[in-house]
Design a protein around this ligand. Structure first.
Ligand SMILES: [Zn+2]
Length: 386
């Protein structure tokens, strides 16, 4: 069968042996597969990624000289069941798949392992347990967005954001757009989105952002006063002293009233900021600009070493939270939210290519004005994303 392999940073369309389902496995015909930012990164920094995973105690086969078939954001149609499967989903069923597979002594990441080829191919082997039927006749273009939207859902869940909080999304690539979609699906009323690219700002608007900002002209935190945030250390001191002075005028002991107020949740408002850029320097920019008490959720994957000035975060009492991946439950939730029309994510898709167009698609994704999410349809003859 035809597949795209990456070896020594080169992408090539090759013939590979027909995959045969083993125990617990199912053979799928790939319907759509998204090109992920991590694919773009791993192409050039494969060994770096492999070494990082080794450092966190994960055995892996990510080495530049290995042949890797990328593709972990996909949906497919069941062709054949392997031995030991339940066959609850029959041949012909369209499924979305959590991209992990249990092998002899390790769980491999589909599409990010030389031992578990991904969906930049005509066919793919998956674990039966990781498949979920695509509900409601959902179109495969949107079903293939389940994986990136599960990442976004996990980030939003980890953020513990409430509907009345102000959410500020820094960077409107596929991760940022997914986060905007999920914030709106969760009923967050005020979502501010910031990106230097006019094309991506337009996509952010389509995904439901209430206010889109060009950081060249304006700070994404500029409306702090309107939103009731505290923007300066002086403002914090003012709040503390003013509250004490006001409560002192009451006939009750001020400390009782203060404690009761805190118990009722009357605390300074905090915006929730999603970092969806992932380049060196962005965390420092956020620490510099963010209002006091901001919760910063880091979803952008910066692979280089970076510098921050911790004293900035300390004087603003900023929460820094890192997020990764999702659970199978979050994956299922994302799939059903898309299928039930709770998430308007169709706008994220900006192009489609066949397997022969993958290298061109990687090049095109370098331009944020033109492309956000490109899907691969192995049956398509498109050489350029359209
Ligand atoms: Zn991905």
């Amino acid at each position: 069968m035809k597949a795209v392999v990456c070896k020594n940073a080169e992408l090539a369309v090759v013939e590979r042996p027909e995959p045969v389902p083993g125990k617990g496995q199912v053979l799928l015909s790939v319907l759509r597969c998204g090109i992920c930012g991590s694919d773009l990164h791993v192409r050039h920094h494969c060994s770096h990624m492999g070494n990082l995973l080794t450092r966190i105690g994960y055995k892996n086969s990510l080495r530049a000289e290995e042949e890797i078939v990328f593709g972990h954001e996909f949906c497919g149609e069941i062709l054949e069941h392997g031995p030991g499967t339940t066959r609850k989903q029959r041949a012909g069923t369209r499924v979305a798949v959590v991209p992990v597979t249990r092998q002899a002594d390790n769980i491999e990441l589909l599409g990010l392992s030389a031992l578990a080829p991904g969906a930049y191919a005509e066919r793919i082997l998956v674990d039966e347990n990781m498949m979920m039927p695509i509900p409601n006749g959902l179109h495969e273009d949107q079903a293939a967005l389940t994986e990136p939207l599960a990442v976004a859902l996990h980030a939003v869940n980890r953020a513990e954001v409430k509907q009345g909080d102000v959410a500020i999304v820094i960077g409107c690539g596929p991760v940022g757009l997914g986060v905007i979609c999920m914030l709106k699906a969760k009923g967050v009323r005020t979502v501010v989105a910031s990106d230097f690219s006019a094309g991506r700002r337009a996509l952010a608007k389509n995904c439901g952002a209430d206010l889109v900002i060009d950081p060249k002209d304006e700070s994404p935190y500029a409306n702090w006063q309107q939103y009731g945030h505290i923007a300066s250390f002086g403002g914090l001191l003012e709040l503390a002293v003013d509250t004490r002075e006001r409560l002192g005028k009451l006939p009750l002991p001020w400390w009782h009233v203060w404690r009761i107020a805190e118990g009722l949740g009357l605390k300074p408002k905090r915006p929730v900021i999603f970092e969806c850029v992932g380049v060196p320097g962005i965390l420092q920019t956020i620490l510099d600009g963010a209002p006091l008490f901001s919760r910063v959720v880091v979803a952008g994957v910066c692979m280089q070493e970076d510098r921050i000035e911790p004293a900035l975060g300390i004087h603003k009492e900023i929460d820094l939270r890192f997020v990764m991946g999702y659970s199978p439950l979050e994956y299922r939730d994302a799939l059903h939210m898309i299928a039930e029309g709770k998430v308007s994510c169709a706008f994220m898709v900006t192009g489609m290519v066949g397997l022969d167009g993958v290298a061109n698609a990687f090049a095109a994704l370098g331009d944020p004005e033109e492309q956000a999410k490109i899907l691969i349809d192995p049956r398509s003859a498109n050489l350029q994303p359209t």
